[in-house]
Ligand binder design. Structure first.
Ligand SMILES: Cc1cc2nc3c(=O)[nH]c(=O)nc-3n(C[C@H](O)[C@H](O)[C@H](O)COP(=O)(O)OP(=O)(O)OC[C@H]3O[C@@H](n4cnc5c(N)ncnc54)[C@H](O)[C@@H]3O)c2cc1C
Length: 421
């Protein structure tokens, strides 16, 4: 059986795993990322949500996410942010620096949340947004042109326009115009359209049909389809040709901005010399005392093992596949770590405003991100836990999924880099 040795093994290629790798490799150590698939980044909006709503009034958008997170020590000390508070701001700056280096500088809104328009005509709070989405002052526009495609089934510009007009966030003087473009396809998918728009012809077709609707003070909103590739600036090309600012709005998966961020991080890891292996599923671990010696994986019809000094478990809880469940029981699939659960798994209402109990399930850790047993003792001292695997967050409700992934990935990578050779 083949055994691969590395200093730091990161299991999982979602946002937390990729960021852990980026940080760990700076220490000069050998770093390997191995995963069965690519994680939820390519499904997410591509924005980094940090903290969406006010702790005291969950109906109100939170104005200062960092100040709210600082309060978690007192109101929810088991929340993952309390374990990464020491690096939170540092990790966000690091992430912004990395994205800037690859020509896609994620923008903050001066410490406040952005309020980004969505395909449903609502506004979603987010802390960092790619340049194609970081839209400020929509209410100051004179005209908003919402562009859709007849054949695109994932985006209904009329619905967006009518909800924007109804929800009271825009002054009545703002004129909303829906422009439905025609394409040569019977049925259009976001990725097909993104390819088309990466070509001069695709831009020309779109500009020809939109141009007549542009007046002074127009903002043009597209679904998130403005190119698949990181190195082609479709948004910039459209804005230049139309003579008006162009933005993408958040929509249902697949979300091209998330895929572009994934490409950016993978490109960086390749440049930095990280070994990335996709297509291997980890199934078990060899443990002695409270150290992991080896993990076992299967891929391409073979079984192989990996040995490392530090293992970073970035397997994404239930969605990513790192946690599994049967009725009344949840388990971590590789190390068999204890999973912190709650008596009530689910709310009676599917779209409950409080979310579901299982959102908070995960692995309890100390402030070095080492997993803890039910008595609060470290169970594996050379394993660190990141991202959605961490117990205690209610990601969909608190709007904090990618924020926790960035901070915990960064911290785990940093700690792994400090381990003696
Ligand atoms: C549809 C969707 C939309 C979202 N939108 C947003 C958003 O707009 N903003 C936001 O902030 N957050 C969003 N989130 C939440 C956010 O994406 C996650 O909280 C965060 O990215 C989790 O990252 P992760 O690295 O912990 O895990 P994941 O991204 O889930 O990655 C897990 C990785 O582990 C691998 N893996 C799992 N088990 C094994 C195994 N046994 N062996 C090998 N590999 C394994 C997987 O293949 C994958 O590579 C969204 C989530 C989803 C599902």
């Amino acid at each position: 059986m083949m055994n691969k040795k590395t200093d730091v093994l990161i299991i999982g290629a979602g946002l937390s795993g990729l960021l852990a790798a980026a940080k760990a490799v700076e220490s000069g150590k050998g770093v390997t990322v191995a995963a069965k698939g690519m994680g939820s980044l390519s499904l997410s909006s591509g924005c980094i949500d940090l903290w969406g709503y006010d702790i005291d009034d969950p109906q109100r958008v939170c104005q200062n996410p960092l100040a709210q997170i600082a309060r978690l020590n007192e109101v929810n000390p088991e929340h993952p942010y309390t374990k990464v508070a020491d690096v939170l701001e540092e990790s966000l700056r690091y992430f912004q620096g990395l994205t800037e280096r690859y020509g896609c500088p994620y923008r903050d809104n001066g410490g406040a949340n952005w309020l980004l328009p969505t395909a449903l005509g609502t506004f979603r709070p987010s802390f960092l947004a790619p340049p194609s989405m970081a839209l400020r002052d929509l209410d100051k526009a004179k005209r908003i042109v919402i562009v859709g495609y007849e054949e695109l089934k994932d985006f209904y510009p009329e619905v967006m326009a009518s909800n924007l007009a109804r929800n009271g966030n825009l002054p009545e003087s703002v004129k909303l115009t829906v422009v439905k473009l025609r394409s040569a396809w019977k049925k259009l998918y976001a990725t097909t359209l993104a390819h088309r728009l990466e070509q001069a012809e695709g831009i020309r077709e779109a500009v020809e049909q939109i141009k007549a609707h542009i007046v002074d003070g127009t903002v043009v909103l597209f679904p998130p389809v403005l190119g698949e590739r990181l190195d082609i600036d479709v948004t910039g090309q459209l804005a230049k040709a139309l003579g008006a600012p162009v933005y993408e709005v958040a929509n249902i998966p697949p979300a091209l901005p998330g895929q572009r961020l994934q490409q950016l991080l993978l490109k960086h890891l390749r440049n930095a010399g990280v070994d990335v292996i996709i297509g291997c599923t980890f199934t078990g671990a060899k443990v002695e005392g409270n150290r992991c010696l080896q993990v076992t994986a299967e891929g391409a019809g073979k079984t192989f093992t990996f040995s490392a000094k530090t293992y970073i478990l970035a397997t994404g809880a239930f969605v990513g596949g790192g946690l599994d469940s049967r009725i009344g029981e949840a388990r971590e699939v590789i190390f068999n770590l204890p999973v912190r659960t709650a008596e009530k798994w689910a709310s009676g209402e599917f779209l409950s405003m409080n979310g579901h109990g299982f959102n908070r399930f995960g692995i309890a850790v100390n402030d070095r991100l080492q997993p803890l047993d039910r008595e609060g003792r470290v169970c594996l001292e050379n394993v660190r836990i990141t991202g959605a695997n961490l117990a205690g967050a209610n990601g969909p409700i608190e709007k904090c999924g990618n924020g926790i992934a960035v901070a915990s990935g960064y911290k785990a990578g940093k700690l792994a880099g400090e381990v003696a050779q």
